[in-house]
Design a protein around this ligand. Sequence first.
Ligand SMILES: *Cc1c(COP(=O)(O)O)cnc(C)c1O
Length: 634
Amino acid sequence: MIDACFLGPYAQNDTLLEKLVVEFLRDHVYWRRNFHPEDPLAIGTSAAYHPDYLAFEARMRRELHLLSAQLKKSVPFHSPRYIGHMASDLLLPGLAAQILTLPYNPNNVTEDTAPVTVELEVKVGLQLARMLGYVDDPARPDCAFGHLTSGGTVANYQALRLALAQKAFPVALRAAGVPELALPEDDHAAFNLHPQHATALLEQWQHWLAQAAPAERRQWQARVQAARIEQLGLVAFFAAHPALKVPKVLAPITAHYSWSKGCKLLGLGRNQLELLPERGMRIDVDALEATLERCQRERQPVLLAVAVLGTTEYGTVDPVDAVVDARQRFAERGLGFAVHVDAAWGGYLATLFRNEDGSLRARADVARGFRAFPSAGVHAAVAAIAQTDSVTVDPHKLGYLPYGSGAFICRDHRVMALLPEAADYVFHGDTAQDYMTRYRSLGQYIPEGSKSGAAVAAVYVTHQVLPLDHAHFGLLPAQTIRAAEAFDARARHFASEVAGVAQALVPFSPDSNLVCLALNPAGNRSVAAANAFVRRLHDELRIDPHQPVQNKQFFGSVTTLRPEALGEADTRRILDALGLDMATLDEDGAGKLLILRHTLMNPYLLDEDNGVSYIDLYFDHLASRVRTLLAAGN
Ligand SMILES: *Cc1c(COP(=O)(O)O)cnc(C)c1O
């Protein structure tokens, strides 16, 4: 099946793609021709012979040729020789759907400009919700809601914005003095509800409003609106509620830098982002517990706790289950907060854990065909997503789709009523809208304005062709896990091959499909010297705009190991194994060890039909480069 999914490393499926593109381009042409064919021809049949026309065409051709020629320097993401960043070949259904949709140019800000693709976007939200274990039946009041964004960064902004709206709304209800609601006793309690209780309160308020007389309703709406954080801004809101502190965002040290950007953008300030210590590249549960204890003691509210499912640097998976569990316990003690899963990278791994009926697969079933995947921790983390409040997933990463498509999904759509510009959080007495109708005014809810309906079509069609369960889409991430396991095993073999000249080590077992490799020239004790060596290796493994890409054998990337993310014990273990002196870690002022990082998402890394493993070829190449560089250095 995978054979038909992509254009392929050698563009083997060129005729298939060409057939699709031509067929649907013609289809688009006929659609134009059949729209009021009685209209006069705006472009006459002799226009193409006019010198100006020809000159324009020549200029256009010239520029397109120049562009096409320049693009030959692009990164060959499609090749199994590319194991650098989080990009690979593009799924044909998505690519074809996007090309097909482009000339229609739908703008997914509203159904007025995208009557078809806005509905598809809401459906994509439901497809992803199902993959994550959220309720995906719009007939249920607690159905999830999701939408696309330009990428994971903006989806993370949306998580922050929604969590803040939800956290502050009960405070506004109290400030407005809305009668007959079961409001929390003080501001502190109102600001620290469990998100589910905040949603319940929002619902109560909407019902109460619906029963009020129209004049009274408008008056109360205005009073609550005037007390909301979105109306007042952070400064006035916190000035009006001196008992409240600005809430913190808790995220692991290895969290993506979009969380820092988001805290700045929201006006919370970078100081409000508290980075949790990690152990073995995953949230340290004890440290989380201690942080929450401290927050409770200091009456320090928490806006959001972020767990990462597939860290950008290492593909590691945070214990989502432990974060959810801690939230439950602390919410009962008056420190409620939202839990967000940043699954920008790892989101589609969840397909491996889903049966076709949407139920969760047992760990033993998922494990069939793999050496070690999934660890008990990874299985528990994926299972716990259902209890989180929102998730970020990037279709343009492990969804193998073109940029830019990220996605934001929240567990219970009712909270979205807090976001619209047109104060939709108040009940629309006259138009009791159903789910699909309400979200057709997508622009009210999303951070962006105008956005590509063609990108949405790509995601929707892909999910229809490859449903998000283990038997369909799951075949793709399964291939990446097999490749990562083969890579991990081969790396250990590589370490023994080069033992005389260098120490090599997979620093920690991968949770998913990213595998790192630490290297140190034999006899060297200095971290700075080891870093310089790895940097030289990486210089050969990265794109060089001054050289044809064909000169490169392989592409890899680098990242660093930091004691804050590894923990003291693991740092010592890794440096010892490499023969490095712990005391030199801070020598170059960096305090971190540079390592090679490999993203094993290309579906053709293990070419079993031809008996070729690009993983073997890579390690042969790496061994030869290590020897050559070290020989030259001596
Ligand atoms: C890639 C990534 C992001 C950012 O997503 P973009 O699509 O690049 O904006 C956020 N979080 C994680 C974990 C990621 O891997």
